[in-house]
Design a protein around this ligand. Structure first.
Ligand code: GAP
Length: 439
């Protein structure tokens, strides 16, 4: 069983800043707490996390279709979903230092974690996590709107549209990736808990009698997804929620938990939401949100199993799972052992020298490979340094174009994890990489 690596947190934050993975937002203005910007490497990696999820959850399944619903939404949705009355955390203020905390996250029930003083916390009050704004140009007369706190409701309110246009029948799912916003009381742990984040959610509509079986299926399938993308099993566990932990809509929930540097914490929640959402929206809107089975001549409200993951949080977990330092001769090599589907760049082309006889054809090769994969090109500094730079951002393969290439029309391909090098004819480079990057 693995133990948390407390030092890993700072290493990831530093690497992220240094290599353009994640920057603190609005840094030139002193920073804007709890928001982050994804840099040139981070934007690739985040996109790959989302693409890998979409590939498994939509592309490779005939029973799931996609959706991209709006972020701005009218209060009616959140009244019906229960978020206006239930989506809140218990907030306590410290009378001594003024800090605010989530009561359910306090290590000692009566002690302020900021100043350490006991007995100065106020009674808890419920703090709604939704961001509210006004739509319309006239000050003071705008209609009240909310930024969605989850992508899920987009799937419920479009259930009838999607079911009708895609001609799917239960069991079928609607998947969505997109931004959500929560006015978290205690954002923190880097991108683990932020006020603006991205979710990857799927609502799977099933006949009511099959919901328990599909709940099991999605718990297993989602756990497997993380392992299939390179996370080792000892960094993952599935934890079933106790009765008193369940959200207002769920009859069962399991969290996929990851061993973060501070201990086990949630990566994804899989919930059996029953018919709660469709029933609530049907009641509130008057729309019929049912399914009529032509064969059995039965009409029913489907039950819903929901695997709900955070894209930004998952990216951070992938970074932590992949981070490694190893001793190579007298040097410490930092390497991100990322699955190739998650790695920001799949390949880098490195001419041994900047001289035009090498840099010209090497650039041409990089341009060619870029048609298929994100391909980096780097001709500055010694080749050893360039390998290390690619290791640090997890590039699985480096292609070195050297002076021999001019004679033998072959290049050296170095593999990131083993550092093994093979000579491959130029005409075979694309096929060689394709074989290894398609699995
Ligand atoms: N529709 C159900 C739902 O939204 P959730 O457990 O509140 O469930 C799902 O959120 C996932 O979204 C979480 O497991 C987490 O990965 C991510 N998430 C939630 N709040 C977050 C936040 N403040 N910052 C980053 N990720 C967050």
């Amino acid at each position: 069983m693995s133990t948390p690596d407390a030092g890993l947190f700072d290493k990831i934050v530093n690497l992220s800043k240094r290599r353009g993975i994640v920057y603190p937002s609005a840094e030139i203005y002193g920073g804007f707490r709890s928001t982050y910007d994804y840099g040139p490497i981070g934007v690739l990696m985040l996109r790959n996390v989302k693409d890998a999820w979409w590939r498994s959850m939509v592309q490779m399944r005939q029973d799931v279709v996609g959706l991209d619903a709006s972020i701005l939404s009218p209060p009616a949705i959140w009244e019906a979903s229960g978020h206006l009355s239930n989506f809140s955390d218990p907030l306590v203020d410290c009378r001594n230092c003024g800090a605010r905390h989530r009561e359910d996250k306090l290590k000692k029930p009566d002690q302020c974690p900021t100043c350490g003083v006991s007995g100065q916390l106020t009674e808890a009050r419920q703090f709604n996590l939704m961001f509210k704004t006004a739509a319309g140009p006239v000050e003071g007369t705008g209609a009240e709107v909310f930024l969605r706190p989850e992508t899920a409701q987009g799937m419920f309110i479009n259930y009838a549209n999607v079911q009708y246009t895609s001609r799917k029948k239960p069991p079928f799912g609607i998947a969505q990736i997109g931004k959500s916003f929560r006015n978290e009381i205690t954002p923190g742990n880097f991108v683990f808990r932020t006020r603006e984040f991205e979710q990857m959610e799927m609502e799977y509509f099933v006949p009511p009698e099959d919901s328990a079986q599909w709940y099991e299926y999605w718990c297993e399938t989602r756990m497997q997804w993380y392992m299939d993308h390179g996370m080792s099993a000892d960094l993952l566990r599935l934890r079933q929620h106790e009765e008193d932990e369940l959200s207002h809509y769920a009859s069962a929930t399991a969290d996929v938990e990851f061993l973060f540097p501070w201990g086990w914490d949630e990566l994804e929640g899989i919930s059996n939401r029953g018919d709660f959402d469709l029933t609530q929206h049907a009641k509130a809107s008057g729309a019929k949100l049912e399914f009529y089975d032509q064969v059995s001549k039965e009409r029913y409200t489907p039950h819903v199993i929901e695997p709900a993951a955070g894209a930004t949080r998952t990216m951070m977990a992938f970074l932590m799972a992949a981070y490694d330092e190893e001793q190579v001769n007298d040097d410490t090599r930092t390497v991100l052992r990322l699955h190739h589907r998650i790695a920001p760049y799949k390949v880098a082309v490195l001419p041994l020298s900047k001289k035009p006889e090498l840099s010209g054809p090497a650039t041409e090769l990089a341009n060619q490979l870029s048609g298929t994969w994100m391909c980096d090109y780097d001709q500055t500094q010694a080749i050893g340094k360039r390998y290390r730079r690619q290791d640090e951002i997890g590039t699985p393969f480096c292609v070195t174009y050297d002076f021999d290439t001019l004679d033998d029309q072959a290049v050296t391909i170095r593999e990131r994890d083993s550092m093994e090098q093979v000579r491959v004819p130029l005409t075979e480079v694309h096929a060689w990489l394709a074989q290894r990057l398609s699995a």
